[in-house]
Design a binder for this molecule. Structure first.
Ligand code: GLC
Length: 432
């Protein structure tokens, strides 16, 4: 495996070339690993951002990335969060622990559904090339979105639940602290973490969190991965602004795709999902925090602080003048608090930790989505700041998994595929 052996400072053209090389080096046939060692399989939303990166220089390869992700789709519609295909001892928990009963083997939960939005982007990049791909992938997207809107909703409510922190894509965010503290990890099978063999433990979730992650996997496995049951009765169900807003955005893009295909019944179904999603945003809003925030569906308690995904409301197309005024004030405060935006958790909150994964660090993919939404609503200055800060962190440190918001230093895995992809699709000055 090659490393970043260029002399610093890197020019933007060198970074462009390096980003393309990372996507190529992380390829495994027609899918792409997030990074070697730490994540040796296909991850759901990683793969879709990677497809966006590939679309900058190899559109056909981008579509194939989407196609391979859906090889891990279950009969009930769920596109799994990890598609394993083989057993690699450098990662835990692997296919045997999940025991999903799928072929190829997968994990038992999903991940933020960015796919429909990215499929629309790929289609719009070249509609002639894209049309046959779109026809093939559209029904799979419909089935997956239907799964979220039926299997991850508790009757009587409309908020989308995550039933494992891994389903949110933001594993150890303080958003899950309250709900995780109600998960009793006793009785879990002994295990050995592999992630901290690759990365400094101070940058990763704690052992207490890991025990609970595994408890939730054991619970799911013992239920035979009955998703409706897990959502209704399981030990953990939290309404996540991240998944909810990403799904809403994707529903809207899926609706546009349905129109292109003249799929009238599908369009009708998507409109009914969107109708209920609007209600869900009321559930997520916290007047006290001045932001949308995760909310435990078992206790109705809101998370104690603001995560970066709160600002995905614009990306989702959700806007009400009174809430937006408050949300903008919260955003301005957070943008001022650290040199590099957007910290994944409020830097003025006691739980903020500049190095630990989703408890503070900056993630390029979140910046990209938040900025896209802000820009669509005319908040150009804030959107621009997210772009130049992402650019600066990558110039400073290279293609790390995430970045310290105080000094821009890279953290977690290196030669990271989605960071390279976001550079190519958005952060590099050569995209302008
Ligand atoms: C971590 C991240 C998740 C990502 C995965 C692979 O689990 O929290 O969002 O998909 O790594 O990069």
């Amino acid at each position: 495996m090659k490393t970043q052996n260029l002399e610093k400072p890197w020019t933007d053209v060198e970074l462009d070339q390096r980003a393309i090389a990372i996507l190529r080096e992380n390829e495994w046939g027609d899918y792409t690993l997030p990074t070697w060692g730490l994540y040796p399989y296909q991850w759901n939303w990683d793969s879709m951002f990677v497809a966006l990166g590939f679309s900058e220089f190899d559109l056909d390869r981008a579509w194939r990335e989407v196609e391979t992700l859906f090889q891990g789709q279950w009969n009930n519609g769920m596109a799994a969060h990890i598609v394993f295909r083989r057993d690699d001892p450098s990662y835990f928990p692997g296919p045997k622990i999940w025991n999903s009963g799928q072929n190829p083997p997968t994990s038992g939960c999903s991940q933020p559904p960015v796919a429909a939005t990215i499929v629309r982007d790929l289609y719009e990049a070249d509609s002639e090339v894209g049309l046959p791909w779109l026809k093939m992938i559209f029904p799979k997207l419909m089935a997956w979105h239907r799964w979220f809107h039926t299997m991850r909703v508790i009757s009587g409510g409309s908020a989308i639940a995550v039933t494992h922190p891994w389903e949110s894509g933001r594993d150890n965010s303080p958003d899950w602290d309250l709900a995780l503290s109600n998960v009793d990890p006793s009785g879990i099978a002994p295990y050995e973490r592999r992630d901290i063999e690759h990365v400094d433990p101070a940058m990763r979730p704690t052992n207490e969190e890991y025990d609970r992650y595994l408890k939730l996997v054991e619970y799911g496995r013992e239920s035979g991965w009955d998703h409706a049951h897990i959502t209704r009765e399981g030990p953990f169900a939290v309404a996540d602004p991240g998944v909810s807003f990403i799904l809403m955005r994707s529903d809207k893009d899926l609706l546009e795709l349905a129109k292109i295909l003249n799929a009238e019944d599908s369009a009708k179904e998507i409109k009914s999902w969107l109708y209920h999603a609007e209600e869900a945003t009321d559930y997520l809003w916290s007047e006290e925090l001045g932001a949308y925030a995760a909310r435990d569906l078992r206790t109705d308690e809101h998370a104690s602080g603001v995560s970066s995904v709160a600002f995905l409301s614009y990306y989702a197309g959700v806007s009400t003048p009174r809430r937006d005024a408050k949300l903008q004030a919260t955003l301005r405060r957070i943008l001022k608090a650290t040199r590099f935006s957007l910290p994944s958790f409020d830097p003025e909150h006691p739980k903020f930790d500049a190095r630990r994964y989703w408890r503070g660090p900056v993630w390029a993919i979140v910046n990209y989505m938040v900025a896209r939404g802000l820009s669509e609503y005319g908040f150009e200055r804030e959107a621009r700041k997210l772009q130049v800060d992402t650019r600066a962190a990558i110039r400073e440190s290279g293609f790390y998994e995430y970045f310290n918001p105080i000094n821009g230093r890279g953290a977690g895995g290196n030669q990271f595929a989605w960071t390279a992809a976001i550079w190519l699709a958005w952060a590099s000055p050569t995209t302008e």
